[in-house]
Design a protein around this ligand. Sequence first.
Ligand code: GLU
Length: 311
Amino acid sequence: MPAGRFAPSPSGELHVGNLRTALLAWLFARSTGREFLLRVEDLDRARAGAEAEQLRDLAAIGLDWDGDVVRQTDRLAGFDAAFGRLSDAGLLYECFCSRRDIAEAPRAPHAAPGSYPGTCRALSEAERADRRRTRPAAWRLRAEAEEFTVTDALAGAYTGVVDDFVIRRNDGTFAYNFAVVVDDALQGVDQVVRGDDLLPSTPRQAYLAGLLGVPLPEYAHVPLVLNAAGQRLAKRDGAVTLADLSAPRTVDAVEYDAVTAARVRDVLLASLGLPQGPLAQAVDAFDPAALPREPWVLDSPSATFASARTR
Ligand code: GLU
């Protein structure tokens, strides 16, 4: 069964920007007859209790999902197997660089900013043995491409950097760019909808999918929600989680009533040009081609989500 998914990192409560991305992932999946899967990306950045809060809030705005929630930490065997395949194919090498080593390394004039300069790619076995004594190794991909092009439902053809990116960190944790590809393949995900901050990572992920011989999903990278300063919305912007909004509050001397999850759902739907109310109507009306292509600027969350009565 083809499937879409939402894959939050359980580092804290979801804010309305995260909820809007989840709503979009759900709409893309449901409007195309797909299953919708939830995956908790808990390889790192997990905070106790955050997963339960996130699931509660997704359900509160009307999202449902198929099957059990999958946690990455329950699937380490799948990562080990894929890692073994890359290793057996000679596609991995040990890297002993610190962040500082990478920042200070000489690079070719045409090297993409931030790309790995290849310092540890050609170490001899004796050099590696020597370095293992001072620092545990991370594992990098021996990439044979410098860039790769993906097709995105909203961005069209997108070409981005592929470098020798980290597959496994030197604390043993599998890196996001690797885990996401393995997880999506193991779960049969053929539609990846997520925030467009991840578009620059997508060429690396698609290139890796090719090396692992797994099918490429369809991609749709959706615009983010920004704060008044034009930065990605964050918890510090205030009154941006369902829990914050569910309490009456005073902001800039204006009193605001508690906001229900249904109201949040409706404001998010309106921001997408979709009919408000229970999500069945939004599924029928959903047309990716008609989605806003610009970020949604939320300059005053309390005012934006205030119910019609208080406004
Ligand atoms: N866990 C990632 C995040 O919360 C998203 C991963 C993805 O959708 O590919 O930023």
